[in-house]
Design a protein around this ligand. Structure first.
Ligand SMILES: Cc1ncc(COP(=O)(O)O)c(C=O)c1O
Length: 441
C-alpha cells in the first residue's frame, strides 16, 4: 500500500510504446506536434498514418494492412456497416440533448439495462469513460459522506482532474492526494495462490490507513480486468471479499467496465459478472459505441438520488439520439454475430497457442486473461525480471509484420492482447506466427 505512484522503473501508461517527440518525425508527425503540442500522444517510434479500417484490419497510407490487436474501441469490428448505418440514419433524423424525449434514447437504455443486474436501474449517459468515472466518484462521495478512494497501484481511470487523482499510472512525478490510497492488484505475483485473501487484506490495510488519516472511505474503484495493472482475471471471484470489506467500512464498490465490458471477456458480458458480484456503481465506455464517443454510469437509484439532491447533473452530448442509435446497433451486433461466444472461443485458441510458446521460451513468463483480453508477461530469461526493453522490441517486431499490439503493467512488460471481438481463427493463427517470429528476432 502506498500514497505515491511507484517510480521504481514504473512507466506512465501513456509513455508505453509512444513516439518520442524529442526525435524528429515525418512532415505529418511534425504537423501533429505543432497542432497538439505537449499533449500529443502517438503510438510507435515511427507513427503510422491510417486511412481506413474494416473488421480487425487497418490500412495505412502506404497501403500496408495492419492486423489490429490493440484497439478496444471498434470492438465489434472497425467501420461495422450496421453501426455506420444506424448513426447515419439517426443524424439525418434528429440529434438533440436529453431534455427532450426522443424514444430511441430510452429504447437504448432499456436494452443496455437488460444486460445489467436489476439494482443498477438508473443510467447517466456521458461522452467519455473519464466523465463516467468522475461522476461515479462524486456520487460515491455524496452517498457515503466519505472522501477516500482505494485504487490499484497502476490503475488508469481517465483524464479529468478528479479522475487523474485516482489514476496513478498517469502521474510522472509528485504524489497522490491523501484521500487516494493504492493497493497491489489481485495478481499471483503479489499474493501467491491466496489472491482473494491477499487483495482483501490490502483493502483492509488501506482502510486502516484512511482511519489513521481521519478520512472516511467512499469507494473501492477497480477496472475489473485490471488492464493497465497487467490484466488479472483469475480465479473468478477474487474480488468478492474485498467488495464485502469496503462495504462493511461504509464505502461503495465501483466497477470500471470501460475495458472489460460488452462481452470482451467471453465468459460474461461484464468483467464484474465473472466475479459473481453486483457493484454499487458501474462505469462503461470505449466499446459502447464502436467508435462513436459515448459512455455511462449505471447506478442504484438511491445513490443518484442522494447526489442529485445536492447538485444538478446535465450532460449536453451524453445520451444524444445518435449515441443511442450507435449503442443499440452495437448491442444488436454483439447478439446477432455471437461476439461474446466468439471472444471466448478465439480467446481460448490464442491462449493455447501462447502457452505452447511459453512452454519452450522462458522469456514468455506468463499468459493469462479472459476471452479476447490477454496479457503476456515478458521477462529476462536469466533473472526472470520483467523485461520492458524486450517488450518494446517485440512490439516493434510485430509492427514490422503488420500486427499492432500494446503494453501494460507496472513496468510496461506485459503485452496487452485486445483485438476486435470479430477476430477469426485465421487472424488468431497469424498473430501466433508473427509473435513467434518477433521473439526470434
Ligand atoms: C479502465 C479505464 N477507465 C476509464 C478510461 C477513460 O476513458 P476515456 O478515455 O473514454 O475517458 C480508460 C481509458 O483508457 C480506461 O482504460
Amino acid at each position: 500500500m502506498t500514497t505515491s505512484p511507484p517510480r521504481d522503473g514504473a512507466r506512465p501508461i501513456l509513455d508505453m510504446n509512444a513516439f518520442d517527440p524529442a526525435t524528429t518525425g515525418s512532415a505529418a508527425v511534425q504537423r501533429r506536434l505543432s497542432n497538439f503540442g505537449a499533449a500529443s500522444v502517438l503510438f510507435y517510434r515511427q507513427p503510422i498514418e491510417m486511412v481506413s479500417a474494416k473488421g480487425a484490419w487497418m490500412t495505412a497510407k502506404d497501403g500496408t494492412r495492419y492486423l489490429d490487436f490493440y484497439n478496444n474501441v471498434p470492438s465489434v469490428g472497425h467501420s461495422h456497416p450496421k453501426v455506420a448505418q444506424a448513426v447515419a440514419e439517426q443524424i439525418q433524423k434528429i440529434n438533440i440533448h436529453t431534455r427532450y424525449i426522443v424514444p430511441i434514447v430510452d429504447t437504448y437504455i432499456e436494452a443496455l439495462k437488460s444486460h445489467l443486474p436489476e439494482p443498477l436501474s438508473n443510467i447517466a449517459m456521458t461522452c467519455s469513460g473519464s466523465e463516467a468515472n468522475d461522476l461515479a466518484i462524486r456520487v460515491a462521495q455524496a452517498a457515503t459522506g466519505g472522501q477516500g478512494i482505494i485504487v490499484t497501484e497502476t490503475a488508469y481511470h481517465g483524464n479529468t482532474g478528479l479522475v487523474t487523482e485516482v489514476s496513478p499510472s498517469s502521474l510522472k512525478r509528485g504524489s497522490l492526494p491523501p484521500h487516494v490510497i493504492t493497493v497491489p492488484p489481485p495478481s499471483r505475483h503479489h499474493y501467491g495462490s491466496e489472491i482473494a485473501k491477499g487483495f482483501r487484506t490490502s483493502v483492509e490495510t488501506a482502510l486502516a490507513e484512511f482511519a489513521r488519516r481521519g478520512i472516511r472511505p467512499a469507494a473501492l474503484l477497480v477496472d475489473s480486468i485490471f488492464s493497465s495493472d497487467g490484466i488479472f482475471a483469475d480465479p473468478p471471484g477474487f474480488l468478492t471479499d474485498a467488495v464485502a470489506t469496503i462495504r462493511a467500512a461504509g464505502g461503495l464498490f465501483i466497477a470500471d467496465e470501460v475495458q472489460p465490458g460488452f462481452g470482451r471477456t467471453g465468459e460474461a458480458f461484464w468483467g464484474f459478472e465473472r466475479h459473481g458480484i453486483i457493484p454499487d456503481l458501474v462505469t462503461m465506455g470505449k466499446p459502447m459505441g464502436n467508435g462513436f464517443p459515448m459512455a455511462a454510469l449505471a447506478a442504484r437509484p438511491e445513490y443518484l438520488d442522494r447526489f442529485c439532491a445536492d447538485v444538478g447533473y446535465f450532460n449536453t452530448f451524453g445520451g444524444n439520439p445518435v449515441a443511442a442509435a450507435a449503442g443499440l446497433a452495437v448491442l444488436e451486433v454483439i447478439r446477432d454475430e455471437a461476439l461474446q461466444a466468439n471472444a471466448r472461443t478465439i480467446g481460448a485458441l490464442l491462449q493455447d497457442g501462447l502457452r505452447e510458446i511459453a512452454a519452450v521460451d522462458a522469456r514468455v513468463s506468463d499468459v493469462r486473461g479472459a476471452g479476447l483480453f490477454i496479457g503476456i508477461d515478458l521477462s529476462d530469461e536469466h533473472s526472470g525480471h520483467p523485461d520492458p526493453d524486450l517488450t518494446v522490441r517485440v512490439m516493434d517486431a510485430m509492427r514490422q509484420q503488420a500486427v499492432l499490439i500494446g503494453a501494460a503493467g507496472r513496468y510496461g512488460a506485459t503485452l496487452k492482447v485486445r483485438p476486435p471481438l470479430c477476430l477469426n481463427e485465421a487472424e488468431a493463427a497469424q498473430f501466433i506466427t508473427c509473435f513467434k517470429t518477433a521473439l526470434s528476432r
